[in-house]
Design a protein around this ligand. Structure first.
Ligand code: NAD
Length: 398
């Protein structure tokens, strides 16, 4: 390790089946009136009612914002912040996927530090005051947002998905209960599971990786590689759900401290312009980006190949690296990941957007962490490759 490093995680992490029960006691330590940030799906599943009951028993009042109808925008943040203030809340609780957690992170910071969320992009404004306490409860496995210092909010003025990173966005406590993910349908299990895998892979390949992030990334890759297909094909399998939740949490801790790279840099503009859910757009890009990066990270990719195929991989690094790429490709195929064209994105509209997407990706800073840093032209070429990428069966080749 050439330079000293830092590893930041939430103050408390409760995890495992039934850990949701800790909500009341934890909330009572941090505030008197909570704003719960959630969505209608969570409400219908009964998770919001269950959360409010746990708070009630612990003597904590609660109000609810259920306005998250898609990946979060600055508009949701303003609405929820107004409610937080008018209800005189002193604690934020997010129950949901990354969209709910990221909105709650923004409220926790803005409520005491002021300004609008876009002000914090790129560290232009730094949170000087300790944010309102935030307890994050993920229901997907997942973004790992419960353990990251990142919030991703779309700027509705310029259609840019802003990746905003500061220690103040880290939740105080994470409660990672896999029982809350069992209701996740197949398509969401696939998209969010590949999202978690791409966090772990990108954290491991990042130029900013260090030994603490490597430990989390390797463990996360093992948990996800071994369990994602079971969770997808047999959603009621609690062992697989539990390992996916743990893998997602560890992947979050890894990338929050090592940064993500090219996949995420390219993925956000697709989400902002074509509204492809984050996990799906990552999956659409991951194999092609690994192929692009392969020559610059053979040894690290080889480690990933050995995780996917411990049965057949020898000491040959080049072969093991190829197995990593082919295994990810094969996994996308088994999870029925479509390419951008199959998703229904119009070719002409995509062509028109490629220049802006490549420029926005570079501006986000994430591609600079990639083992091989692309030029604007290479990025545009990669978008073209991904548009009609073929997730062919690769198992015969390795
Ligand atoms: P999501 O929060 O957008 O949820 C997707 C859908 O799944 C929603 O309709 C939701 O109601 C539903 N859902 C969630 N949990 C469910 C469950 N248990 N059962 C049934 N339905 C369920 O999806 P996501 O992938 O978790 O989050 C995506 C957002 O997170 C994006 O905006 C992305 O940019 C962001 N993100 C943030 C970070 C971070 O560190 N802050 C990391 C990665 C992604």
């Amino acid at each position: 390790m050439k330079k000293p490093a830092v590893f930041r995680v939430p103050e408390s992490i409760f995890y495992g089946r039934g850990s949701f029960e800790n909500l009341g006691s934890q909330a009572a330590l941090k505030g008197k009136k909570a704003l719960i940030i959630s969505d209608n799906v969570m409400d219908q599943l009964g998770y919001v009612t269950e959360g409010r009951a746990l708070l009630h028993v612990a003597g904590v009042q609660s109000e609810v914002y259920l306005g998250i109808a898609s990946e979060p925008t600055d508009k949701y943040v303003s609405e929820a912040l107004d409610l937080f203030k008018s209800e005189q809340c002193d604690l934020v609780i997010s129950i949901g996927g990354g969209s709910c957690i990221d909105t709650a992170k923004a409220i926790a910071v803005l409520a005491v530090n002021g300004g609008s969320i876009g002000d914090y992009l790129g560290g232009k404004k730094l949170a000087q005051q300790t944010p309102v306490p935030h307890i994050a409860i993920p229901t997907t496995a997942g973004t790992g947002s419960e353990a990251t210092d990142v919030t991703v909010i779309t700027n509705t003025f310029n259609n840019v998905k802003m990746m905003i990173k500061q220690p103040a966005f880290l939740p105080d406590a994470a409660i990672v209960d896999p029982l809350l993910t069992v209701s996740s349908p197949k398509n969401i299990t696939a998209a969010t599971g590949i999202d978690a895998l791409s966090h772990a892979i990108e954290a491991y390949l990042s130029k900013k990786a260090h030994p603490m992030t490597d430990t989390m990334a390797i463990s996360a890759m093992k948990l996800i590689a071994e369990n994602i297909l079971t969770a997808y094909n047999d959603g009621g399998n609690l062992d697989a759900r539990e390992r996916m939740s743990l893998g997602s949490l560890q992947a979050g801790m890894a990338f929050s401290n090592a940064s993500v790279c090219l996949v995420h840099g390219m993925s956000r503009p697709i989400g902002a312009l074509f509204h492809v859910p984050h996990g799906i757009s990552n999956a659409m890009l991951l194999p092609a980006v690994l192929e692009f990066s392969q020559e610059a990270c053979v040894e690290r990719l080889a480690d990933i190949g050995r995780i996917f195929r411990p049965d057949i991989v020898s000491g040959d690094g080049v072969k093991a690296a190829e197995i990593a790429v082919q295994s990810v490709k094969e996994l996308c195929r088994k999870l029925n990941i479509p390419n951008l064209k199959e998703w229904g994105i119009d070719g002409e509209a995509f062509e028109k957007a490629v220049g802006k997407m490549a420029a926005d990706a570079i501006d986000s800073g994430s591609p600079a962490n990639n083992p091989k840093v692309p030029s604007q032209l290479e990025l545009e070429e990669l978008y073209h490759i991904c548009y009609d990428y073929h997730f062919s069966s690769a198992s015969e080749k390795v």
